[in-house]
Design a protein around this ligand. Sequence first.
Ligand SMILES: [Fe+2]
Length: 169
Amino acid sequence: MDNVLNIETPQVDVVRTGVADEVREQLAKHLSVILAETYMLTVKSHLYHWNVVGPLFKSIHDLTEEHYENLFAATDELAERIRALGHRAPVNVQEGKLNLSVTLPAGGMPSAHEMIKDLVQSHEMISAELRDMATYAGDNDDVVTEDLLTERITFHEKAAWMLRAIITE
Ligand SMILES: [Fe+2]
């Protein structure tokens, strides 16, 4: 009986996957900013999907639908990666607090051209942030986060290209 009691059981609340504690903490912190920005861009893509008018209506309406569906699915993947890294997954969309680079339109709906410029800028800003994080994750042995972020960069770069192509002469 003594032997049974002495068997060392692993602590289930401790993450030991070979990624250093401080790396997991840094990545979780940055992933939670990306999570909030991804939510903001989901909402913005939806707003433009509903409210766009003019000759570009169909192109923007259809493309933003594809995008908000991908973005919404990505929020779940990002949040679950934060949990697997051993941290809580907060959603804090108070722009001022987190200093998010993606914001919602202020002062009414922009024109179709302005919508596209705004969306391209948001996709590109997120891509740049993701690229820094992916490099950090890869350099610090977290290939799973690096892989997820690479997949997200691929989406955002393609989205920016397709949006930009709509207004390029
Ligand atoms: Fe719709």
